[in-house]
Write a protein that binds this ligand. Structure first.
Ligand code: GUN
Length: 288
């Protein structure tokens, strides 16, 4: 069984982005600039935003962090539009989830698709769906990068994705079913009947549902590759918790040919993917 650890690979990807940015800077271009908007005080979001800003600083991407405890939907749209027109900002990221009553789709549709480094704007999702991706959302892009670096064959396989979120499951479906991957992808969700039966047909099983240890041995075919996107905090004693994935790792690992650990797996790839997308936005805006 191969443990698909991401630490070194995420670092290699970061280094590649930094090298490319260094050479662009030598050629006289300014540094790329990413605007990160956070609304509310979701503790997990605050940690993610901190990680994103630190990683940007490491590779030479400038960040501006807009942090609101509370803001109206119209005011947030106005902010997004002002950044859209700022020629000194290349990327815009609105950290999700957004607190009620703000609806994420109402905000995302106002992000300039050319600056949408998350790849969540309907036109970028549409481009991915139709096989001509512009920005690929960070988690699916990170999954693809990780599997490729471990030389896992990701073409013409039976892939089952559990979870149909717009952030992970749905873009995974598009990315892995379209050329050049050409997998046969089944997208499962909470209303799917006979889930273990369908999952256990998968050569590659991907899970992104946010339910600790949901995927048990009976979901997994002997020799399958298992990609666990879940990051869940599980209470194990009164004042003790640990991070676990959506897959019951201890019971599943013996059946897999390869499996991502949690923590230390897919989660580490997403920040590197964001850096790569920000570099891409910068290059496109500068016609490179
Ligand atoms: N919340 C969880 N994942 C993501 C992500 O990839 N991008 C943004 N903006 N918010 C998230």
């Amino acid at each position: 069984m191969i443990l698909l650890e991401a630490k070194n690979i995420a670092q290699i990807w970061k280094n590649e982005t930094k090298q490319e940015l260094d050479s662009l800077k030598i050629s006289g271009l300014r540094e790329p600039h990413l605007a990160i908007i956070q609304v509310g005080d979701n503790p997990a979001s605050s940690i993610y935003v901190k990680h994103k800003m630190k990683a940007c600083a490491e590779v030479g991407i400038k960040t501006t962090n807009y942090n609101f405890s509370n803001i109206s939907e119209p005011a947030l749209i106005q902010l997004v539009e002002s950044i859209n027109y700022d020629p000194l900002v290349d990327g815009i990221l609105v950290q999700l989830p957004l607190p009620a009553p703000i609806l994420k789709r109402n905000i995302i549709k106002y992000i300039n698709p050319l600056k949408d480094v998350d790849g969540f704007h309907p036109s970028n999702i549409g481009a991915l769906a139709t096989g001509h991706p512009t920005f690929i959302p960070a988690t699916p892009l990170g999954v693809q990068f990780l599997l490729k670096k471990y030389n896992i064959d990701i073409q013409q396989k039976n892939v089952v994705v559990i979870g149909r979120s717009n952030i992970v499951g749905r873009p995974l479906f598009y990315l892995f079913s379209n050329p050049p991957n050409n997998n046969t992808v089944t997208l499962c969700h909470r209303y799917t009947k006979n889930l273990p039966e369908i999952a256990s047909k998968a050569d590659i099983l991907m899970v992104a549902i946010g339910k600790p240890n949901f995927v048990t041995q009976d979901f997994v075919k002997e020799g399958a590759v298992v990609v666990d996107v879940g990051i869940n905090r599980l209470q194990i004693a009164d004042n003790q918790s640990k991070i676990v994935g959506d897959v019951d790792f201890e019971h599943v690992k013996s059946k897999c040919s390869a499996i991502t650990p949690v923590p230390g797996g897919v989660g580490l790839m997403t920040v590197s993917a964001l850096l790569s997308n920000t570099l891409l936005a910068f290059k496109r805006i500068h016609g490179i």
